[in-house]
Design a protein around this ligand. Structure first.
Ligand code: H79
Length: 479
């Protein structure tokens, strides 16, 4: 027996010997793994890829308690307050009867997002609590049965689109309000109940795509439950159905699992869905973490609050932090999506309003370094990040060196450059040739005038001439 195993191993070894590295990778024949290898190449996806900056909005009835109940402070994420032992479920589930956001003005929200520089937005149509901000015909737990009555989702979709901002729909699979919802199936009764929940979920998703056909994508959440993961065939079929109903639809990697329960990346390690959706309040350190995939990063302003919490504790990010995260994401081919949590009346809190304004002021000047920009294969420098579009490389300086010298290295077969200037005022800058290092990389440095002052990051544009013989690995790998 042992000999036989050894023989097979040797035989396999012989067969694999001459194959290129990639074909050696074991490849399972998955029924519910990814349906596509490599990036999408269509116009809808290209448009998404070029957004750079987006806005997330978490808004639902959790905004009414705003992280407090009966005078007590809830330290968890405000949109999770229903799960807190201090909050009677019954009371939470009746909050919708008070939901009357008289300060809500979709036009105002959309203008604020536009001024911030957001190219797309993601709105919570239904969070884990199950409350729907559209008048779904499959449940009574919707906006229609609140004092407000009107279809909030429609108001948001219309207002944002009017501002030229694409809308994506957040949808939680977890639904604490639906009688058939289960996180795992333990009994026959659970199984029967869950059949009803699956039908309900499918109905709601098809309803959303039918009633809001201009939405560009679905942003799924709460898909980690074992009950959902085990339904890989149902979920896979549902994804196919939604894509047929809505050509061009963009869905991240968080929707479904393969038949081995693997999520985001299937059992062969291949991305499922159109982009990697795992960077929640977290960012990759380098392009190596991205494996050539599209991705988004969704980020909160305070530490872990998505829905409105009246009392933020801990570190609150500044506009400089958030601008840096935006640039960092774009420099690694990702989109940065900043979350806002309007209050129970529909007002966006002053802290968020101020941040949106400050980010917007920076974007007004530096937008060219963000929209449509991509990764540049240059050695990372301590002063900041590179982004690139066409023949322009943007040097985004966050840590101005003490000697005012912005240094960078170009590989020996890399581009040529003779022209540099500030993005803000187009003032020319001198590019000094710093010679070559031992590996023959060309060294350059740009002197920033000591008198130049900027309270936020500033951007230097470098006009380049690509070397047609530059066949660096990144160029080859791009798809
Ligand atoms: O919608 C936002 C979150 O509510 C949702 N995803 C983002 C976009 C999310 N759901 N679950 N999780 C994130 C991860 C689980 C967090 C938890 Fe907790 C830790 C749940 C219970 C402990 C945070 C801390 C929420 C309550 C206490």
């Amino acid at each position: 027996m042992k000999r036989k195993t050894l023989f097979i191993a040797l035989l396999l070894g012989l067969f694999c010997w001459d194959l290129p590295a990639q074909s050696k990778r074991s490849s399972l024949n998955l029924e519910h793994g990814t349906h596509r290898l490599g990036k999408r190449t269509d116009a809808e996806m290209q448009r998404w890829r070029e957004h750079g900056l987006g806005q997330f909005i978490h808004w639902g009835i959790y905004a009414i308690p705003g992280g407090h109940w009966n005078g007590k402070y809830y330290g968890g994420a405000a949109e999770w307050i229903r799960s807190w032992k201090e909050m009677p479920k019954e009371e939470y589930d009746n909050l919708y009867k008070q939901f009357n956001p008289t300060d809500f003005d979709a036009q105002h929200w959309a203008k604020m997002a536009k001024n911030m520089g957001a190219k797309y937005m993601i709105i919570t149509t239904k969070h884990h609590d199950g409350f729907c901000i559209w008048p779904s015909k499959y449940t009574n737990y919707t906006i229609k049965n609140t004092p407000y009555k009107k279809d909030i989702l429609k108001e948001i979709v219309d207002a944002y689109q009017q501002q030229g901002i694409d809308v994506h729909l957040y949808f939680s699979i977890i639904d604490w309000n639906h009688a058939g919802y289960r996180s795992s199936i333990k009994t026959k009764e659970d199984s029967i109940a869950y059949q009803g929940f699956k039908a309900f979920t499918r109905n709601q998703l098809l309803e959303l795509l039918t009633n809001y056909p201009t939405a560009k994508g679905l942003w799924f959440d709460g898909t980690w439950d074992k009950a959902w993961v085990d339904e890989c065939k149902f979920v896979d079929d549902l994804e196919t159905e939604m894509r047929l109903l809505h050509p061009g639809l963009i869905i991240g990697s968080r929707f479904r699992a393969d038949e081995f329960g693997k999520r985001h990346f299937d059992s062969n390690g291949d991305l499922m869905g159109d982009y990697e959706q795992g960077w929640e309040r977290n960012m990759p350190n380098s392009i190596d973490d991205i494996n050539g995939n599209d991705w988004d990063c969704v980020m909160t302003v305070p530490e872990n609050q998505w829905g409105y919490h009246s009392d933020w504790k801990g570190y609150v990010k500044t506009s400089s932090d958030l601008i840096e995260m935006t640039v960092k994401a774009v420099s690694m081919n990702g989109n940065f999506v900043l979350n806002f949590g309007p209050d129970g009346k529909g007002a966006i809190r002053p802290e968020e309003t101020k941040l949106a304004e400050e980010i917007g002021q920076w974007m007004d000047v530096n937008r060219d370094a963000i929209y449509g920009c991509e990764y540049v294969n240059l050695k990372k420098e301590g002063w900041g990040y590179f982004t690139k579009k066409g023949n322009k490389i943007y040097l985004c300086v966050f840590n101005r060196p003490m000697d005012n010298m912005i240094k960078f290295e170009v590989p020996k077969n890399g581009f040529k450059t003779t022209k540099a200037y500030f993005l803000a005022d187009k003032k020319a800058l001198n590019i000094a040739d710093g010679g070559k290092d031992k590996q023959n990389n060309k060294l350059y440095q740009i002197a920033v005038p000591p008198t130049y002052s900027s309270d936020k990051a500033f951007v230097i544009v470098l006009e380049i001439e690509e070397n047609p013989e530059d066949n660096s690995t990144y160029q080859q790998a791009r798809t």
